[in-house]
Design a binder for this molecule. Structure first.
Ligand SMILES: *Cc1c(COP(=O)(O)O)cnc(C)c1O
Length: 383
């Protein structure tokens, strides 16, 4: 019944975890869910108010423009100037997305012919490789290893693969490893892309979720980046807007145009009231962002202290709301034991790819008190 491209998708491990979680809840276990990358805090008030005002306007109820409202794209360009020090033309270097996942999933349709290679990190957010498979492309895995600070080793990609590849996906600050990248790494990526004629897609969904004074750069901060790539950005994590479905892509105008062409034929744009709420988020007061980061930092510190005390190997993340923990044995066995014995839901690293094996991802999307409770349970269990 299904097309080969659907049959060739890897099994969706997260569905299995979800079933196990539901089963635990049914048994009456008090489950602490540290598995999902979805902020538990509400969308800031002023953004909700902007949505409320906008949704009252009948002119917002009609089909939106394909490329997004110019006012939203201007707000995105201004935000990039303010936060990233990057100049963008809102007319053709910015595209509204229905969440950045939508853009990431559609990019391979615009640039891969059947059999073409895309370079994707492993472990990773699954959409880079799945989007490539859905476009009949062939994802080639770049391992993200601890010894390389979870950056791909570009020089170890076989040169015939590099020459054939059309797309390269990267994501820093990174989900799931919480690693960050320097401008020097981005410069290497630009050189590699130029040498091999590859288009670069940098997923910057976590640029604002940073701690201890760390500031995550934009890929577009390095010279030559706009000639070879784009960056996707999301309001989901920065402003607690995962359910609203709003994000944007910025950078190289030809890549933006290619993605826009796919979108024109597939979707009809983001609800304009949501775009107006997005404008309020991007143009409005930004203290909500640092307040949320303070909350995540407290949770991070509680979890890290607890995990270290338990003798687990863990690095202190300076960005994202994930903690990537090295465990003994198979990651799936570890997460299963944690759920069955302690009622704690986490994500096995292998769910993000084969090189995630041996790791478990904890998401800081529960209050600090619940995180401390999770650590207490682990201590009692002697995990
Ligand atoms: C959450 C997430 C996204 C996307 O989110 P949208 O809600 O679709 O904007 C993109 N990339 C990574 C790595 C994420 O973790």
């Amino acid at each position: 019944m299904y097309a080969d491209r659907i049959n060739s998708l890897p099994p969706y491990l997260f569905a299995t975890i979800d079933r196990a979680k539901q089963e635990a809840i049914r048994k009456g276990i008090d489950v602490i869910n540290l598995s999902i990358g979805d902020p538990d805090l509400p969308t800031p008030r002023h953004i909700v108010e902007a949505m409320r005002n906008s949704v009252e306007k009948p002119e917002r109820h009609r089909y939106p423009s394909y490329e997004g409202m110019l006012s939203f794209r201007e707000a995105a360009a201004n935000w990039y100037r303010k936060t990233m020090n990057v100049e963008l033309d809102p007319e053709d270097e910015v595209l509204t997305l229905i969440g950045s996942k939508e853009g990431i999933a559609h990019i391979p349709l615009a640039f891969l012919n059947p059999g073409d290679i895309s370079l994707v990190p492993d472990p990773a957010y699954p959409v880079y490789s799945i989007g490539s498979i859905l476009a009949d492309g062939r994802p080639f895995k770049m391992p993200l290893l601890d010894e390389n600070d979870f950056l791909p080793e570009l020089e170890s990609i076989p040169s015939d693969i590099a020459k054939k590849a059309k797309l390269l996906f990267i994501n820093y600050p990174n989900n799931p490893t919480s690693a960050t990248a320097s401008l020097k790494f981005f410069e290497e990526v630009v050189d590699f892309a130029n040498e091999n004629e590859i288009l670069v897609i940098h997923d910057n969904a976590y640029s604002e979720m940073t701690f201890n004074g760390y500031k995550a750069p934009s890929f577009l901060n390095v010279s030559g980046a706009k000639e070879v790539g784009i960056e996707t950005h999301s309001l989901s994590k920065t402003y607690n807007m995962t359910g609203w479905r709003i994000g944007f892509a910025v950078g190289n105008r030809d890549i933006i145009a290619g993605l826009g062409k796919v979108k024109t034929n597939v979707d009809s744009g983001a609800f304009e009231a949501v775009q107006e709420a997005g404008i309020a988020a991007l143009n409005g007061p930004q203290d909500c962002v640092s307040e949320m980061n303070n909350v995540y930092k407290e949770r991070r510190d509680a979890l890290i202290a607890g995990l270290k005390e338990l003798g687990l190997e863990v690095r202190l993340p300076r960005a994202t709301f994930y903690v990537w923990v090295h465990v003994n044995g198979k990651s799936l066995d570890f997460t299963k034991a944690l759920l069955e014995k302690a009622g704690i839901v986490t994500t096995p690293g292998v769910g993000f790819g084969e090189y995630g094996e041996g790791y478990v991802r904890f998401a800081l999307t529960q209050p600090a008190a619940r995180i401390k409770e999770a650590v207490d349970r682990m201590r009692r269990l002697d995990i």
